[in-house]
Design a protein around this ligand. Sequence first.
Ligand code: SF4
Ligand code: MG
Length: 318
Amino acid sequence: MIKMAVVNSQPLKFKVADYKEDIWNDWCVGCGDFGIIAAIQIALANLQTPPHQVAVLSGIGCSGKTPHYINAYGFHTLHGRVLPSATGAKIANHKMTVIAVGGDGDGYGIGAGYFLNTGRRNLDFTYIVYNNGVYGLTKGQSSPTLARGLKTKSMPEAAIQDGVNPIAVALGAGYTFIARGYALDPKHLAGLIQQAIEHRGTALLDVLQTCPTYNDLYTKEWYSGDAGQKRIYKLEETGYDPVVRDTSNLDEIVAKKSQALMKSYEWGARIPIGVYYQAHAPTYDDALMERTPALREKSLAEMQIDNRDVAPLFRALG
Ligand code: SF4
Ligand code: MG
C-alpha cells in the first residue's frame, strides 16, 4: 500500500495582487470604495478562487467602475440592471463565482424591482451594495437610503421622503444571507464577503460606504462615534446568532427574521454590522439542475450548441 502524505500547508497560489488591474483609478481620494474593492480582492485570495472563475458585474455609478479594477471577468451593465445581468451570467455558467456590485441608488431605487425578485429566486451569487446615501457620480443627489429631513452638502434642501431600509426589504424579499459591512474596516468586510460567496443562495451585503466628496453627514468621523462610544459594533461580538438551523420550522424562521428586523432599525448612536440573517434553502440552481440533469456535468456555456436546429422550437411556439 502506498500512502501519500497529507499536505496541510499548501503554498498560496493566488495573492491579493493577482486580482488587481493595473489601470488608473479615478475614485476620489479617501472614497470608501477603495476599502470595498480591497475587501473583495482579499476575500477572493482567501478563497483561492482563480481569477478566470470569477465574474464581477456592476450597475452605473461610482461603484460601477469596480469590474474595471479587478482582474476577473467583468461586465459594466446599465443603470439598475446589474441583478438581471448577474442572474443571466450565473445561469449561463453556474460554475463561476458571480459577484454583482452597485450603489444604493442603482440597487434600491432604479433597480428596486430586481432587488425584490432576486431575493425570492435564491440563485447562488453575491450582491454587494455600496451604500453612501447619495448618487455620487451625478454630484450628490439624495439616494433612496437618505432619511427624511437630512441634507448633504450638495442638496439645496433637506430630503422630504423617508429612506428605505434595505435589510428589512431583503428579509421580506427572501434573501437567504443578509449582512452589513463597513467600507473602512476592509478586514472585517473581507470576512463577510467570503461568507457571502461561500453561502449557497443569494447573498445581500449592504456596505456602509463613506463618500467624502458629497456626503458630509455619514463621514469617517461620524461612523467612528463620540469619544468612548463607538458607533459601529459587530453583531458576532454580542452573541447574536443569525442562522436558521431548521428551515422547515416556520417559527424559527420568523423568530430569526424578527431579530434581524429589530437590528436593521438600530441606527444612530449604535449601528450593527455583521451577518443579520442566514438560512440554507433550496436554490434556483438546484431547481434548474433537477429539470435539466445535464447541467450537473456541464454549464450551459460549456454545452455544444452549434448546428442545433431550432426550427421545431419555433414551430411548437406557433
Ligand atoms: Fe467615492 Fe463619492 Fe467620489 Fe464617488 S463621488 S468616487 S462615491 S467619494
Ligand atoms: Mg450611492
